[in-house]
Design a protein around this ligand. Structure first.
Ligand SMILES: Cc1cc2nc3c(=O)[nH]c(=O)nc-3n(C[C@H](O)[C@H](O)[C@H](O)COP(=O)(O)O)c2cc1C
Length: 413
């Protein structure tokens, strides 16, 4: 896979990796060489998975999730660094690349951070600003061999390669990144509708992720399968390129992708890469619990064994905005919700009503929910996953899984 030919990867060609045996200052092979981004999965991705994906040339998105403690997130980000091969890009890599987009001297770390936008609205931009300043980095050697300190040498700290936004209005943050971020920091926006993709093109977003209804985790309540979603967006964006000269951003496809044939299919439809969540869940490096990983591996017929629902948002009380729900592996709660919908006129259980599905006698309470969370009881708590679950059979490392998806594993050679 040549990075120059791939629109998504060429956006990151300024993030380089030391090539051993080459004279100092003359290195620069692009860090990202595989058009796979690992999704920012709250509870299912973390420093180990992020580092494994980055080390193997993929683009990992670290999940910021429903954060309340910015310092804890920065600490987590710092813990990625020692896990990266070469401990991240080297100081003397700065500005070596002559490829488009390299035009700045700030070194960037080989991962992105992923925000849930409406949650960021609630918490305020402080954490985002700290990340843009590079506070998720660790002191590292400078070319002269000195060690910087976070207090004295802020300029030496490295911000991430990209910032991802999903579920909400990213525009204030896009402005903030363009004003305060490094010139090479890319902005990735995950969208759920054709209009949102058109708006993101107008706003000058670098990468648009088209999230199909097949996706695991949260997404649009209204159904848009990738097979029709991708070509409709591609056509709309190209039309605006012709009529208004608007640049067509790199397009990634997200939702239910587990096989090399699916990657080739979405590539044929116009995507220059994929975002995969569910496929990384059973990998060894994912922080998810083993019994949950096994449930993913044992699921079959993803369209049947997973279902979109809002009931867990009601139970968890995170205040998800209208228009979104999430795809989970079916369990007792979703089964009972469906049953209830057959016999009652309630379309979506709200508030206290939602807890009632937790018990056979329909008298469930918040305490029942707390118990289920404490016990990690998958019959009650959500196991977010996409329709691709039926295609995942074997536990493997993230690198092995990426090779398989790209048709680059031993058996493909
Ligand atoms: C367990 C899980 C957690 C997720 N958490 C987030 C999240 O915190 N932020 C986000 O933007 N997307 C999240 N997503 C959705 C992903 O961004 C992506 O759209 C999805 O994983 C792609 O579909 P797939 O899971 O079928 O590969 C999550 C998905 C899963 C499976």
């Amino acid at each position: 896979m040549s990075t120059a030919k791939n629109q998504f990867l060429s956006l990151f060609s300024h993030i380089t990796r030391r090539t051993r045996g080459v004279g100092v200052g003359k290195l620069s092979t692009p860090w990202f060489t595989k058009p796979i981004a690992s999704a920012p999965m709250n509870g299912w991705s973390g420093p180990k998975l992020v580092a494994a994906v980055a080390n193997h040339g993929g683009v990992p998105i670290f999940p910021i999730g429903y954060f309340t403690d910015p310092a804890a997130i920065l600490k987590d980000l710092q813990s990625i660094l020692p896990l990266l091969s070469d401990n991240g890009p080297q100081q003397d890599d700065i500005g070596d690349s002559e490829e488009e987009g390299a035009g700045n001297k700030t070194e960037l770390l080989p991962y992105a951070v992923g925000f849930i936008t409406f949650w960021l609205d609630r918490q305020g931009p402080d954490l985002l600003l700290k990340i843009l300043e590079g506070q998720g980095d660790l002191p590292h050697p400078t070319p002269s061999g000195e060690t910087t300190t976070t207090g004295g040498a802020k300029k030496a700290l490295r911000p991430p390669a990209a910032v991802w936004f999903s579920f909400g209005d990213y525009r204030p943050y896009l402005k903030l990144i363009r004003q305060h971020g490094a010139a090479g920091t890319r902005v990735i926006v995950q969208v759920q509708t054709v209009q949102e993709a058109i708006d993101a093109q107008r706003d000058g977003v670098d990468v648009i992720v088209l999230q199909g209804t097949e996706s695991g985790g949260h997404g649009a309540q209204r159904v848009r399968p990738l097979l029709s979603f991708i070509p409709e967006v591609v056509e709309a964006l190209q039309e605006r390129n012709k009529s208004n000269g608007l640049k067509v951003p790199a397009i990634l496809a997200a939702g239910g992708i587990s096989l090399n044939s699916q990657w080739r299919a979405v590539e044929a439809l116009g995507a220059s890469g994929v975002v995969v969540g569910t496929g990384f869940m059973p990998t060894f490096e994912s922080p998810g619990a083993q019994h949950a990983k096994e449930r993913i591996l044992n699921a079959s017929d993803g369209g049947d064994s997973t279902v979109r629902t809002r009931i867990f948002d009601e139970l968890r009380d995170f205040g998800w905005p209208e228009g979104y729900d999430g795809r989970v592996v079916r369990n007792l709660v979703t089964d009972r919700e469906e049953e209830d919908m057959k016999t009652r006129s309630v379309v979506e259980p709200k508030g206290a009503e939602a807890f009632k599905v937790l018990r056979e006698d329909r008298t469930g309470t918040k305490e029942d929910w707390k118990r289920a969370v404490k016990d990690q009881d998958l019959d009650y708590i959500p196991l977010w996953a996409g329709t691709g679950v039926g295609l995942l059979k074997k536990q493997m490392s993230a690198a092995e899984w990426m090779d398989q998806l790209l048709g680059e594993s031993e058996k493909d050679k």
